[in-house]
Design a protein around this ligand. Structure first.
Ligand code: LLP
Length: 420
């Protein structure tokens, strides 16, 4: 069961709510529309997959930081993965247990590390200077910090280079030739650091579980080596990165069950707790970005559908050439010509497209058009370019459309200036 489906008469629904009806209710267009139940289902899939293992599911807040969504995931039993002091503050506000939170990043700031140390979250060590800062933070906070070493395993995730993180020339993690330096450094700070685990994150949009398996094999070898030096490691954190079916071709992609099953025996054989850090696979398919067609035009050999949403609200197609499926929310008029369109916004540059070469019926002005799988890295990466203020967000909860974040307004923007 998936939350977005088309009825036989051609209307798109989110859990029993016609998107056209949600458009009538929304404070403005464009907006994001989520299914609360789909978020639950996605989390349950991880929970089922992890049965029989000691584990923490750390939701990568960067994927979507709506407070209501965070609270919902926390209620379901999720932990959180953070990459900034503000993400940590927000996670605390949402009620996440600091003992189920992990602070990641290659450029963590000292002040944020102090907060992390005070709160008692796990901290991943990324570099020599990072370790130094964590030691300082532990002293300032007066608390020993539980650390994991972020290993750079040099595994190719076979994804867009912008979202590959675990190859040897990336800016992330610790290469094996430096491992001993880090172990010695941890040993020499027994009052500040407790080494509890090893972490890796290979990249994002990964669609082959063999890649996780290869990394896990390397990681347990590291763990064996580190344990042989007297450290009592308890945690293997294999990061996030599971991809989703953006193309809607019905291709069979690995599920959380497939992912966990491929590492389960390794984890059990070393008596480890497993930490995973999913972002996209928990939230991406729970949301549509809902737009209204402003008009249709033709230039040269190209047909364009111009909508009110743009690269400002949803930048993944422009930034990564990412494909997100697009469809109209209502049946086209009988005589609508089916053409190949670029779906573009009103922003003042040609990078502003949501989809290229999409075969769609020619829509009438005002028709609803959705960009699918917009729950991860869409709203959280939105900008206010061209002063297109960030859109409102709604979810369908038990059959009703509920606003879960206001749209930003022009008045909000003016607040940054004195004397207005
Ligand atoms: N853990 C770490 C250390 C990460 O860096 C990330 C994502 C995750 C977990 C969650 O990965 P996920 O399960 O969501 O793939 N903006 C890009 C994606 C960047 C991912 C950054 N790191 C996009 O829109 O595709």
């Amino acid at each position: 069961h998936h939350c977005f489906s088309k009825s036989s008469d051609g209307f798109l629904y989110c859990e029993g709510v016609r998107i056209e009806d949600a458009m009538e209710l929304a404070e403005r267009s464009p907006f994001y529309l989520y299914s609360k139940a789909q978020i639950s289902r996605n989390f349950e899939a991880y929970k089922r997959a992890l049965e029989g293992l000691r584990s923490i599911v750390g939701y990568a807040i960067k994927a979507n930081n709506n407070l209501k969504i965070l609270e919902h995931l926390r209620e379901l039993g999720c932990g959180a993965v953070l990459v900034s002091g503000n993400e940590l503050r927000l996670a605390l506000k949402a009620g996440f247990d600091p003992g189920r939170c992990v602070f990641n990043g290659n450029g963590k700031l000292l002040e944020d590390l102090v907060l992390a140390a005070k709160e008692g979250v796990f901290v991943n060590v990324d570099s020599e200077f990072d370790l130094e800062n964590i030691v300082t933070a532990a002293r300032v906070a007066g608390r020993k910090v539980k650390v994991l070493l972020r290993i750079n395993p040099d595994v190719d995730p076979q994804v867009h280079p912008y979202v590959a993180t675990g190859n040897k020339n990336s800016k992330f993690g610790i290469r094996n030739e430096k491992l001993q330096w880090f172990l010695d450094a941890v040993k020499s700070h027994p009052n500040e650091l407790k080494l509890v685990g090893a972490h890796c994150h290979l990249g994002s949009t990964i669609t082959k579980v063999d890649i996780f398996r290869d990394a896990a094999v390397l990681m347990v070898n590291y763990i064996d080596e580190i344990r042989s030096q007297g450290f009592e490691l308890e945690y293997l954190n294999i990061g996030g990165g599971l991809g989703i079916d953006y193309h809607h071709t019905g291709a069979v992609l690995p599920t959380p069950m497939d992912l966990i099953n491929t590492v389960r025996e390794l984890v059990l054989s070393r008596n480890l707790n497993l930490i995973i850090e999913p972002g996209r696979s928990l939230v991406a398919n729970t949301c549509c970005f809902v737009n209204r067609v402003t008009g249709v035009k033709t230039n040269g050999t190209k047909n364009f559908i111009v909508i009110d949403g743009s690269m400002a609200e949803l930048i993944r197609p422009s930034l990564y050439g990412a494909y997100q499926h697009i469809e109209l929310v209502s049946p086209p008029p009988q005589d609508a010509e089916v053409l190949t369109f670029d779906v573009v916004g009103p922003v003042c540059e040609s990078a502003d497209f949501l989809g290229k070469d999409r075969v769609l019926p020619t829509p009438a002005k005002g028709t609803g058009l959705v960009v699918h799988d917009a729950g991860a890295y869409c709203m959280s990466m939105a900008s206010t370019y061209n002063l297109k203020m960030r859109p409102p967000e709604y979810w369908v909860d038990n059959g009703s459309v509920v606003k879960i974040r206001h749209g930003e307004t022009f008045e909000d923007y003016l607040r940054f200036f004195d004397g207005l």
